[in-house]
Structure formats: C-alpha cells, structure tokens
Design a protein around this ligand. Structure first.
Ligand code: 8YV
Length: 311
C-alpha cells in the first residue's frame, strides 16, 4: 500500500513523477473545494510543500493525523514551525544541495548590478552601439566590500565567489561566527561598511523588513543592494523609492514581496537588475532538491529518521 500524500502545489516534473509512483498523491492545488478536500483526506499523514502557500496551524488541524511536512526548498518561512512543533509534526527542507546554484545567482547579481551587463546588452541589441558609441562606464567589483547579511552555508559560498573576484568580505549574523571575515554588530553598521549589501537571511517574522530606510541610508548613494533571500526581508516600497530617487546606486533582486506580482514601477528602473526567483532553478539542482524532499518522506514512512529535519 502506497502512503497517502497531499501536495500543495505543482512541483518540479521529475519530483512529481517520483512522488506519484511512490505515494498516492492528492493535489490540494487542483481541489475545487478546499473544505471538502480536507474532509475527504483528513487521515493523510504526509504533506509535500512547494512554494509560498502558508502552512499554518489551521491547515495542520484540518489534517489531524499529519506526521511530516516535507518542503521543496531550504526556506521554510511559509510553514509555521511553532505550530508544527506544538503538534509534534516533523518539518524537513532541502539544504546544501542548492548552495552552489544560489551562490552563483548571487554573484551574477552583484556583477550585473555593478557592471550593468543586462543594460549594456539591451543597448547593443537596440543598435545604440553603432548609433551612439560605447556604453557608459560602470563600476568594478574588485576592491569593493561585500557585506553579507546572513553568513550561513549559502552566504559562505557567496563569500568564496566574491573573494575570487577580488572583493573584501564582512558579515552580520545574530551570532558572531568562527570565520576570518570581519563582523559587524548590526545591519546598519554592515551597510555603512559595505559597497554591496547581500541579503541571505531566512524569511519569516524575525527578518521582516529588516532592510528598511535606515539600512538603505547607511548603504548610501554609492551602495548596491542584492537580495537572493526573501522579498519579505526588504521594505519593498521604500527600496523602490530609494532606487527611483538614486538614494542607493542600484540593486540586484531575485526575490520579491508578493511573487510573481512585482510592482510595475520596478520595470522602469535602469539601476535595478530583476530576476524571477531563479536562484536554485537549474535542472541539476531542482532534481537534487526533489530527491531530498522525496527521500525524507520515504524514510519517514519506512520508520527511519529523516535526513534534513528543521523541527
Ligand atoms: C526555490 C528557494 O525557488 O530553497 C528555497 O528556499 O527559495 C528556492 O530554492 C523554491 O524553494 C521553489 O519552491
């Protein structure tokens, strides 16, 4: 008998195929009537989560037999961990397998924001090289200071890449780490000391709008913001205004507050590089994330400890 499993969203195709071959899958996202769906599946013990759908105590209570929530992704900010813990529900995520890809995206955003590669390519494609001459000069990455807000596993992978480009590294974490990089005691000091502020914190209430006007003022008109973490960490309307008024030099953003809806005013900015949350989006990495998500479920239903438990 295959165990029953509820899926919150349409996942990566390979992962969906594996899940469907090993579990009897019930698609919450395709259910015309949620209330009826939960009534019909109230004995389900496993939930596979994808994306930003909020998994809170209310949803957990609709599934009183729930034992495990296996998330596709390292970030578990959409899941209420305290609610899961209170109900004895295991939560797993997919760390490490995506570090390199996300760090590649972060470095690409640094280079694109400072060097304006997307804008200069658009300039060439529009025929302006011939018509108006060379593209205006931009800003070097080498010699600049990268301030990493959230020096975890992904942050360290970003630091190594940025150091290879000749950047100096500083960081702020809740707790100082045993690393060679200089530590700043708070986000404002880090922003003051950095040319590029890199946001790598988890999402969720603790980091909500941590990047606010004070942090952006400290970054200043020569400073750049890169966010590959969660849109919730940044006060987005304030960031938009600071970019429009050139109160910071530019931004590279892979994440937004209400994805995939982005305030259209961002599209008009020449000093921002915008990506559609592609940090981990390669065939190889998404397969590795899905394999880990499935393996956690497989192990749980075989009575073995899961591999990557969050709570
Ligand atoms: C994915 C991510 O885009 O792992 C995360 O936390 O943000 C990304 O790798 C996301 O998990 C896809 O649902």
């Amino acid at each position: 008998m295959k165990p029953d499993l509820i899926l919150t969203a349409q996942g990566h195709a390979g992962t969906m195929a594996t899940l469907q071959s090993e579990f009897t899958c019930h698609k919450l996202f395709a259910a015309p009537d949620e209330e009826r769906f939960f009534k019909e599946h109230s004995s389900v013990r496993g939930l596979a989560t994808f994306g930003p759908l909020a998994v809170d105590g209310k949803l957990m209570d609709a599934l009183p037999k729930l034992e495990i929530i296996s998330n596709f992704g390292v970030g578990v900010d959409a899941i209420n961990l305290a609610d899961a813990k209170a109900r004895g529900i295991i939560v797993t995520n997919t760390p490490d397998v995506l570090n390199d890809c996300v760090a590649d995206t972060a470095l690409a955003l640094v280079l694109m924001a400072l060097r304006k590669f997307p804008q200069s390519e658009a300039y060439l494609r529009a025929g302006k090289w011939t018509a108006s001459g060379p593209y205006p000069l931009t800003t070097s990455a080498g010699g600049k200071t990268l301030g990493i807000l959230g020096l975890g596993r992904i942050g360290e992978a970003i630091a190594r890449r940025a150091a290879a480009c000749g950047m100096k590294i500083r960081y702020h974490n809740r707790r100082k780490k045993d690393v060679a990089y200089p530590y700043d005691p708070d986000p404002v000091t880090l922003a003051k000391n950095a040319d590029v502020l890199m946001v790598v914190t988890p999402g969720g209430p603790e980091t909500q709008r941590m990047i606010n006007a004070s942090v952006l003022d400290a970054l200043g008109p020569e400073g750049y913001l890169v966010n590959i973490a969660r849109g919730s960490v940044v006060d987005e309307p304030v960031l938009l205004r600071y970019l429009q008024e050139k109160r910071i030099a530019g931004a590279g953003l892979d994440v937004f507050a209400d994805e995939p809806r982005i305030p259209p005013a961002f599209f008009a900015l020449d000093n921002a590089v915008l990506l559609p949350h592609v940090g981990s989006a390669t065939v190889e990495t998404r397969k590795a994330m899905g394999d880990l998500q499935v393996e956690n479920l497989r192990r749980h239903f075989a009575g073995q400890p899961v591999l990557t438990r969050v709570v």
